[in-house]
Ligand binder design. Structure first.
Ligand code: GLU
Length: 426
């Protein structure tokens, strides 16, 4: 799918943020300090299982805190809400990710900060699990989400453990309140192991899209989580996923998200898609600078904000039919990015044997700017390939769309009725 207009668009997003070299690579773990700060990648997977990538999407890096929502989901799968909620609350803390704090019932505030994540990690694989068994259960679940076997980088885990005073102090605090049972060092190692699973940007997009898809991995079709667990996990991501930057994030980007100190960032748009970016330089909250900017651009341009007032066109293609020598492509509903991706995909799968294409947008309620651009780009490519493209748009929904700086030939009501009459007679 590399020549797809969606891939082109993702490359444009990367170009918009590429020159921003602000922020610093995390240096408290040696391996992270050695990361190439210029790496930049983006990947997007729709719930229908189409993945688009741009930039450095096959570079491996450690998942770090992006494991937190998935391990929280695994704990919910294994133990259920009551047990998990008794151990960890779901309130945003507004504090640094490694803050030493508990709520009024002596629980960590949420599973996205380290105190909560260390606690949740202890719930995995049964009360008697050893650290390696727990690490393997988590690695396996993350692999299922990515759709390939992921590698646990134990060397990285031990090098983080050597300087993990802060996480150790969290573990001692949790133990002193009876919240965790493991020795502090074992609890921290176990948590750090989950941070040390190696992923690519593409893997992360697939993992995020599984949450967006109610727990079914969209490429392998495997059910990994229940829809209820996904809903809870995304809810916690939306209020707590970006640490002390969470409020600003949900206002400006509006997509449940989670970042990691290696530079990864995921976003999940329920029922639509999963997005991941990779860029190692971080801001002061520990979130990837260019990743945040890419998400801001995507959300604004593609109308992805969860609180955006328009609905999503679940079935944007009303019909695609060919009679005689004309293919009629009728669109409907509100067309945002996800709807456009469906349209482009269906076009790419259609056998265009006719010599002309008429696009009928009478049933379209709204279309955003990026979707209009992607559609225009696709029609232009079809026209350049020799198809005579025309448009039936009596209400000017596409705002006088141009191809090669020429307005597309508009079909009038009479001609439209004539073509439809032929359709009816078949
Ligand atoms: N291993 C990291 C830590 O606990 C994860 C932090 C993060 O990715 O934000 O310090």
């Amino acid at each position: 799918m590399n020549s797809s207009p969606v891939t082109k668009y993702l490359n444009q997003i990367l170009d918009t943020v590429r020159d921003d070299d602000s922020g610093e690579v995390a240096d408290y773990i040696e391996e992270l300090a050695q990361a190439d700060p210029d790496k930049l990648g983006i990947a997007l997977t729709t719930v229908s299982g189409h993945t688009y990538t741009a930039g450095d999407c096959t570079t491996e890096f450690s998942i770090q805190s992006i494991a937190k929502p998935f391990v929280y989901a695994l704990a919910l799968r294994e133990r259920g809400w009551d047990v998990v909620h008794r151990a960890v609350s779901i309130e945003p803390s507004g504090e640094r990710y490694n803050s030493l704090s508990l709520d009024s019932e002596n629980r960590p505030m949420n599973p996205m900060i380290n105190a909560g994540a260390i606690t949740v990690n202890q719930l995995i694989n049964g009360d008697d699990s050893s650290v390696p068994e727990r690490a393997e259960a988590i690695r396996q679940m993350l692999s299922d989400l990515a759709g390939r076997e992921l590698r646990l980088n134990t060397e990285l885990a031990y090098s983080e453990l050597a300087g993990a005073d802060r996480n150790l102090s969290l573990a001692y605090m949790l133990r002193s309140y009876g919240i965790i049972q493991d020795e502090a060092r074992a609890a921290v190692l176990s948590y750090i192991m989950q941070c040390s699973v190696m992923v690519t940007t593409r893997d992360l997009a697939l993992m995020a899209s599984t949450l967006a898809n109610g727990g079914i991995q969209p490429e392998t079709g495997k059910r990994i989580l229940d829809p209820e667990v996904c809903r809870l996990t995304m809810a916690v991501m939306s209020s707590c996923g970006m640490y002390d930057g969470a409020g600003h994030w949900i206002a400006t980007v509006g997509i449940p998200a989670k970042s990691g100190v290696a530079g990864g960032l995921i976003g999940t748009l329920p029922g639509q898609l999963g997005i991941a970016t990779f860029s190692p330089r971080l801001d002061r909250s520990g979130n990837s600078v260019r990743g945040i900017r890419a998400f801001q651009e995507l959300s604004r341009q593609m109308g992805l904000h969860l609180m955006a007032p328009h609905r999503v066109g679940a079935n944007a293609v009303r019909a695609i039919e060919t009679v005689d020598d004309t293919t009629i492509l009728s669109l409907q509903d509100h067309i945002n990015f996800s709807a456009t991706e469906q349209i482009l995909y269906q076009i790419s799968q259609h056998d265009f044997s006719a010599s002309s294409l008429m696009l009928d947008v009478t049933m379209v309620m709204s279309i955003d700017k990026i979707s209009r651009g992607l559609l225009q780009n696709t029609l232009l490519r079809m026209q350049n390939a020799g198809l005579a493209v025309s448009l039936y748009d009596p209400d000017n929904r596409l705002r006088g769309m141009m191809l090669d700086d020429q307005p597309i030939r508009q079909v009038d009501t009479e001609e439209h009725a004539e073509i439809l009459k032929d359709f009816g007679s078949q």
